[in-house]
Design a protein around this ligand. Structure first.
Ligand code: NAD
Length: 258
């Protein structure tokens, strides 16, 4: 079977956390997966050695447009057509606005907003031609509301939801949908860092910091799981979700209901 004839899903930031789980579950569902991360291609290949569907690995830093264009070029060189794009790569930086480093601000916008735009811009024409495609942007509760000391992340995630709505309008009625998922706290390396920072700053144990982090924001008192997010992705990739586009779907243990 040629690789071109398969159904391909690109998941950015699929070397870790939420992205890795999404990639694994789409692979189980039968998609061939473009795996992406900042690690070397050897490391990425080792990470997905148990995947049962074909994979293509791309190592790229998305903090400049060249990183996103590297993904585009690798996929186009293989002559693959994408059925699904999951824009998931992301990072956090915590700092008051007065001292927020401008280079990190720019990197935040590049990874969370410019890279998704470049990937959508390059792969949408094929989706339009096929009259079929699913674009899913992993935003955050911080795409809907704010928290202190996360100005760049909050701004970037709000903008990503704006991009989601704009693309939904430009593709409506063409077999392509574009939606955003807005998770609350999910226990991944991105949040582990924040738990450790909180423990250090407030002189707490790891367990106390984890408990406080949850209880301050997430009424369920439990982390959202990567499996729950992957399951929502499964729905968004299905025919049953065809009428849903331009939505920002919360999966947040009640965070944004407060
Ligand atoms: P993670 O740290 O486990 O994974 C982040 C992924 O993004 C990794 O694959 C990493 O290589 C990639 N990445 C980071 N910076 C990059 C860069 N400059 N260039 C290319 N790739 C880069 O984090 P996660 O929690 O799984 O986060 C995944 C997404 O979910 C992010 O967009 C994050 O904002 C969002 N999110 C996470 C939570 C949470 O509580 N964990 C909540 C809401 C939204």
């Amino acid at each position: 079977m040629s690789l071109k004839s398969l159904n391909w899903a690109l998941v950015t930031g699929s070397s870790s956390g939420i992205g890795l789980e999404i990639a694994r579950s789409l692979s189980i569902a039968g998609y061939s997966i473009v795996i992406h991360g900042m690690e070397s291609e050897e490391k990425l290949t080792a990470l997905v050695k148990d995947f049962t569907s074909p994979t293509l690995v791309v190592s790229a830093d998305l903090s400049t447009p060249e990183g996103a264009l590297k993904i585009v070029s690798k996929i186009q060189k293989q002559n693959l057509t994408l059925d699904v794009i999951v824009n998931n790569a992301g990072f956090q930086h915590i700092s008051p606005i007065e001292s927020f480093p401008v280079d990190i601000w720019q990197k935040m916008l590049a990874v969370h907003l410019t890279a998704p735009m470049i990937l959508i811009q390059n792969f949408l024409p094929q989706m339009r031609q096929m009259k079929s495609g699913r674009i899913i942007n992993i935003a955050s509760v911080h795409g809907l509301i704010a928290s202190q000391n996360k100005s760049a992340y909050v701004a970037a995630k709000h903008a990503l939801i704006g991009l989601t709505k704009a693309v939904a309008l430009e593709t409506a009625g063409q077999g392509v949908t574009c939606n955003a998922i807005c998770p609350g706290w999910v226990q991944t390396p991105l949040v582990e860092n924040q738990i450790h920072l909180k423990a250090e700053k407030e002189n707490l144990s790891y367990t106390q910091a984890k408990h406080q982090l949850l209880s301050e924001k997430q009424p369920s008192g439990e982390f959202v799981t990567t499996a729950q997010i992957a399951s929502l992705i499964g729905f968004l990739c299905s025919e049953q979700s065809a009428g849903m586009t331009g939505s920002a779907l919360t999966l947040d243990g009640g965070w944004t209901s407060q």
